[in-house]
Ligand binder design. Sequence first.
Ligand code: F6R
Length: 361
Amino acid sequence: DMGGHDTYMHKEISEQPDAVDRVLRGRIDDRFSTVHLGGLNLDAREARTIRRIKILGCGTSYHAGLIGAGLIEELARIPADAEPASEFRYRNPVVDPDTLYIAVSQSGETYDVLAAVQELKRKGARVLGVVNVVGSAIARETDGGVYVHAGPEVCVVSTKCFTNTVTAFALLALHLGRIRDLSVADGKRVIEGLRRLPGQIQEILKQEDEIKKLAKRYADAKSMMFIGRVRGYPVALEASLKLKEISYIHAEAYPASELKHGPLALIEPSLPTVAIIPDDDLLEKNRAALEEIKARSGQILAVAHQEQEKADHTIVVPKNEPELDSILMGIPLQIFAYHTALALGRDIDKPRNLAKSVTVE
Ligand code: F6R
């Protein structure tokens, strides 16, 4: 049942305010400015002994894991990174007893992720899951974890589950942070930010008509470049994946800082750039990258907190706390990918060559 939408993807994009509300519900503790995560199976004493966090997932879940690692480093100050699960399992990874491993999966059935979990368990590691489907294989094999509560996702490409997974990571990061060194004031600030998310997502959804017009303008591009820095880079990766998957337009994502180390050679009028530019301490650096692109007559679509003078078009996104900005900045680009694919007449819910859950190697 598409509930009045033409595609599941559109329905799932539109459901995000409610979905995010669900991942937050019942978990926030205002008294201690923290978060309770019932199924984590990690007590405070154990949480204090974690020296590193390694996040594993595939595709969109890997991108959510990259944002998750950033959130954990920012809020809990635990060194964290994310890696594609399939790469991890085939490189005979060094499994360290002081590292907490986190497997991320919408379906909970992705074979590469499951096999990575099994390899880790065999080597005695502690593995948690950040999973959407309750009772799925990965949920069962992990020692505990956080359910993402995005609800069923039918469209092959992931949208609401990505947003909810990143929000679940924000909860986990806040929880770990408050056990360690995050102050009550910062905990409170992030909690207030989390509570603003559903309303702000609603505001972004209201811009659909304008985003649709932009999508039509860029739909005949042969290729697109996506750039961002630090918090914006995983958003660029995910936005570029979404565009590729459903529109079949070639897209690349780069850290804006890497442009001058190579990809700038590609910039010309026929290669538009989508630039993710939050209003954070890297704003000026990002603006400098836009100037570099303009100097080569590249077209620019910015996703930013304020109109960008150097850009040809800007999608203005509401501002939250800096740590949570990446959650919001991905959403207009889901809508952008959707309308690009629609303009090109693609089969949006079932893109060619792809399956919803990849249960084979
Ligand atoms: C992207 C997409 C895929 C999945 C990936 C992992 O839109 O749907 O990249 O994210 O196959 O799937 P899960 O999260 O089910 O493990």
